[in-house]
Structures are given as C-alpha cells and as structure tokens.
Design a protein around this ligand. Structure first.
Ligand code: GCU
Length: 613
C-alpha cells in the first residue's frame, strides 16, 4: 500500500510540475496582434551550466546576490563588482534558427546556450494582456524576464507561451531563454535518433497582445461522419468567463451565437448547408471569425471528412490513395532546421513536383508554417509525436512528457483540414510496457480529437522458417485506425532482387501505409544497378518496391524515405555519407536523383487510377 501511495504522490508531483511549467496554450498566433522578437539575440555558451548551478552543482532556485555565481541575467558589474559574463558585448545568434548551422564551433554542440533579447514595447490598450510565445525550441527551455522565472518547457517541437503582462516596462525589457539540447535517456525522443540534434530557439518568438478576456483556443470542424454539422468548442481566458460570443462563417451565411460557462468554455454543434469540401484537388478554406465583446479573431479553416471503411481510406466519402513522401524539418541547402514560410514552400513545392497529395512530417511536429501552407496547397499530412525507437516506457515522467507534446501539437493543429493522421510513434520495439504507454497516448488523442485517424509505424517480422514471408501482427494495430509500416527490403534486408520474392501477411483488415522504404545514393554517383550507393541501385529499389507494394490488398498509401538527404551523426561513411543520410530523392545541393522520376511516374499512374474511381 505504502508503495502505491508513494507512486501516486510521485505521479501527482510530476503532473503538477509539467502543468505548472507553462501557461495554457494560445492558438492561431498568426492571426493575432503580435510583435516579433525574431532577429539577433545575444548568447552565452554554457556547457557546465555555470549560470544555473553553483559550484556545488546545486541549482539556483531563488535569486542569490548578484555575485559571480548568480545565473546569467541582464546585469552589468557596478564598479569593481565581480560578474563574469556580459550579454551586452556577447556575440549574437539569429532567431528563429538552430545554433548548429550558424557557427562552425556549434555544429556538434549539445548543451546549454543562454539567449537574451532586449526590447521596448507599449501596449495598444492598457487593459490588454501580454504573452511571450515560442513556436518551439529544442529541447528544454527555461525562460526569465526581469529577474523572474516565467517557466519551463520540455520538448523540442511544440509551442509554448508565458504571460508577462505585469512584468512589462515601456522600455528596456529583456527576455532570457536558457535552451538545453542535451539528449536524455528519459527524454522524448530518447538518446538515440537518426537525425541531427539541432538546438536552440528554432522557431519564431513573438509578443502576443490580447484583451483582458480573450479567445484562447477553439475547435471548429465538421462533426465526424457529417457534411452538414459543425461541432467543437471555444475556450476563453480571462475574468469574463460566462458570456455570449458568435462564430461567423460569412461565405456560408453562418452567425452562430454560443454561450460560455463559468469556466469560459462553450461546446457547440450547428447545422451548415452547401459547404465546399476541402480536398487536395480543391483546398477550399473558409474565413471563420470568433467574435466576443472584446475581439474578433479570424482563421482560415477547411471542412472535410476523413474516415476508414474496412481497409479503405475515404476522404469526403471517396476512396483515397496517399501519394506521399517523408520529410524531415530541415533546409538541406542552407543547412539546419527548416523554419519560416520560404523553407516550407521549398519543401512542399518539391513534394508537389513528385505529384504528392500527402506528406509524412517525420518524426516530430514541424513548424506551423508547414502545416498551414499544406492546408493552402491541398497536401494531406501525417503529424508525428517524437516517441521514437527505445523510449523509457515505464518512466512516468517520460509518459507525461510524451502526453504533453502530443497535447500541444493536437491543440495547435486540430483546425487544419490537411492534417488527417496523428501518429503516436515510430518503430518502437514491441513489449507490454510499450503497448500500455502508446495506448495511453491514443486514448488522450481520441479524447481531444475524434475527427482524425490514429496511426503509428508498427513492428513487422520475418515468419518463422519462411525467410521470404514478412508478417505484420503488431498488437498495437488493434488500437489504431491506419497501419503504418517501415520496410527496407533491398537496403538493410537483402538486395533489390529480394524485394519481388517477398510475401506479406498483414493480420488486420485496415488501410496500410508503407511509411518508409528506400536506400542511400550519393547524388551524381553512377554505376551498375548492383553497385550500392549509386543512383541506379536506389532507382532499382524503387522499381522493385513499387511492383511489390501494389500487390498488397490493403495498400492505401506510401511515404518513401525521404524527400531530401538530411544530416545525421550516425552516417559517417567517408566520401559517401560524411554526416548525411543519403536516402533522399534530392541531394543537399537540390539535385534530383534517378529514383525521383520513378516515384513521380508511379504517382502519375496512381492519380489517374483513383480519378477513374
Ligand atoms: C528508420 C527510421 C528513420 C531512419 C531510417 C534510416 O526506419 O524510422 O528515422 O532515418 O530508418 O535508417 O535511414
């Protein structure tokens, strides 16, 4: 009994710790009243976290006297006072940007960097409130303002915000962010990944000014399975919790009044008629306006339905085939994390050149520019929680962390029509603790959003005594809507000639997406198709895999690995990899490889085939 009490107390402390670490997430930042803090931030590299621990390596929980050992704040030595740091004369890093691709000596850096931004700001209305919003930062971020700790965020790919209303001065404000990208065994992801551990303030940082009582969040989508009913909620934040507000969709002549309860929450359902459904062929977005007595917040929302029927995928009731490609959040040409609209446009235009109607945003939530641009371009999306490989399944804090990151991406993107699948995990070794962990995530995702499909890249295995029979019977498949499966026949498993000989036993009558296949090729290296690392070898893998996949009855989509070569510390083969995973169809110089055209030809054929349906 005692053990149970300790465990419950431990759980309570963990969840309180996570809950207290940042304010309730504000959504739809881009349509709000914002002031950008992007640009140059001063920085201090702090590998020993000298600015956070005293020499006994104990953290500074409260402000100690401004002595040598105080954490790095915005202060200057007075007279002969001893302070051994100086932001004013420190170098600068660009925000949003990872630090690895900005300074040669930071390429492999894993540790803490302190950032500081000075700013003046005058609120448009004295009664308004002010928040500082981070689009994302990798991996753990502690934020301070005016000697006060605002809070902490854990997770490298989701947004967070802190209220600074009562700390704001008209001039000489500063924000300090301690960003630590050290990998941790208990982290999400854990120690080992096949991507570069880009650290820093990798996404936009903005001030967001809102009324005293403001629209914090909302969910406005077609009800599951319906074409004439909109359901969802609006959540207010502020003193005036119980009030009337209006949801307008002018083009549909909708002006729906709803009433919030004492917690500022309004759940609603209302009818609509003759809506133009969002689809890749016609990505129709409607102006949706949430009006309260204090603000009008607009958004651009598409309405569509995604569902499965047996092993069919249906978009707006019609059979759908996902002509996809996997993408890492990286600009391979400039180097570093992709960030901003131009990087998103480059990556999604390449996907369009392949004739894709779908992308797998691997292996973590990408920035919001990517998701909103896909909404506009008509590209369906798979969004993924970074539960990757060997997570600490029995660590309660790890579970809370994974839940928090999944909650944050669903909260941010639940109004984006292009997002059709929430992926829980990638290639996680089968075990009972892993099942329990991921099923907990699935339950939370379904409770937050019943309209989208749940998937994961599952485990498959070779059949006992039948080396050419592969079996997909991962028990996790029972809990998800769409089967995801990575396979590397012809690269990690045999040579390309093996691919056509393999038989598949898929034990579930659900839609199957081959979520990864491929092989490395150094762009420009040519030779016989039997020679590994040549473009011809990669091309042969694509030729053989396409012939194999179309024979699988449940085959409903594919996202080959991967759109572009990407940096990975695990890929070190001299003169071939040199720190790059070469499975891209496009090189880091923007050159397309032979396999690019094989995939495009296949997608042109599949587009025609499904158009006839
Ligand atoms: C795995 C994994 C990818 C990795 C790829 C590879 O399937 O999901 O993240 O990059 O294989 O080995 O290239």
């Amino acid at each position: 009994m005692k053990k149970m009490v300790v465990r419950i107390l431990g759980f309570w402390l963990i969840s309180v710790n996570i809950a207290l670490s940042q304010d309730a997430q504000i959504t739809n930042i881009q349509n709000r009243n914002t002031f950008s803090l992007n640009g140059k931030w001063n920085y201090i590299v702090d590998p020993y976290e000298n600015g956070y621990y005293n020499y006994r390596y104990e953290p500074y929980d409260q402000m100690e006297s401004m002595s040598r050992s105080a954490f790095f704040m915005n202060s200057e030595a007075k007279g002969s006072e001893l302070i051994e740091y100086d932001f004013n004369n420190a170098s600068t890093l660009l925000v949003p940007r990872d630090w690895n691709s900005q300074e040669k000596e930071l390429l492999y850096y894993e540790g803490t960097i302190w950032y500081r931004k000075l700013f003046d700001y005058k609120k448009k209305k004295p009664s308004n409130r002010l928040f500082v919003h981070f689009g994302g930062a990798n991996y753990q971020t502690d934020v301070y303002m005016d000697y006060k700790k605002l809070g902490k965020h854990v997770g490298g790919f989701t947004p967070f915000n802190f209220e600074i209303t009562n700390l704001l001065k008209e001039t000489d404000n500063y924000i300090i962010a301690k960003v630590d990208n050290k990998r941790k065994a208990e982290g999400v992801p854990t120690l080992n990944t096949d991507w570069w551990n880009y650290g820093g303030l990798t996404r936009d940082v903005q001030l967001v000014e809102v009324p005293e009582t403001f629209v914090q969040d909302y969910f406005i989508q077609l009800a599951k399975g319906s074409y004439n009913e909109i359901s969802g909620f609006v959540q207010l934040n502020g003193k005036e919790q119980s009030t009337n507000l209006t949801i307008s969709i002018p083009e549909l002549k909708i002006n729906q009044m709803v009433k919030t309860d004492e917690k500022g929450l309004a759940n609603f359902t209302f009818k609509i008629s003759k809506v133009v459904l969002w689809s890749p062929e016609n990505p129709k977005l409607y102006e949706v306006i949430v009006k309260t007595n204090w603000e009008q917040l607009s958004d651009q929302i598409g309405f569509r339905n995604i569902e499965t029927r047996g092993s069919e995928l249906l978009l707006n009731g019609k059979p759908l085939f996902l002509r996809g490609i996997s993408i890492h959040e990286e600009n391979p040409i400039r180097g570093g994390r992709a960030t901003g609209i131009e990087d998103a446009r480059m990556l999604l235009n390449w996907a369009k050149e392949l004739n894709c109607n779908y992308v797998r945003l691997a292996h973590y939530p990408h920035n919001e520019y990517m998701v909103r641009l896909a909404d506009k371009m008509g590209i369906l999306e798979w969004e993924e929680n970074p539960v990757y490989w060997t997570i600490q399944w029995q660590n309660q804090e790890t579970l809370e962390n994974a839940k928090n990151q999944l909650k944050e991406v669903i909260t941010r993107d639940k109004n984006r029509a292009s997002v059709i699948i929430w992926s829980m995990a990638n290639e996680t070794p089968a075990s009972e603790p892993r099942l329990v962990f991921i099923r907990t995530l699935i339950d939370m995702a379904r409770s937050m959003d019943s309209t989208r499909l749940i998937s994961a890249a599952l485990e498959k295995h070779q059949k006992q005594d039948e080396p050419l029979t592969m079996v997909l019977e991962d028990p996790l498949a029972e809990s998800i809507d769409v089967l995801g499966m990575n396979e590397y026949l012809g690269w990690y498993d045999g040579f390309p000639e093996k691919i056509g000989k393999v038989k598949w036993e898929i034990k579930y009558n659900k839609p199957l997406i081959i979520t990864e296949f491929g092989g490395d090729a150094l762009q420009g290296l040519h030779g016989d198709k039997s020679v590994r690392w040549t473009e011809e070898f990669q091309e042969e893998i694509y030729n053989e895999t396409i012939k194999m996949m179309v024979k699988i009855p449940q085959f409903r989509g594919v996202t080959p690995w991967i759109l572009t070569d990407f940096r990975s510390p695990r890929r070190t083969l001299p003169n071939i990899q040199d720190g790059w995973n070469r499975k891209g169809l496009i090189s880091e110089t923007g050159n397309k490889k032979l396999a690019f055209w094989i995939l495009k030809k296949f997608y042109d054929e599949m587009e025609l085939k499904y158009k006839k349906n």
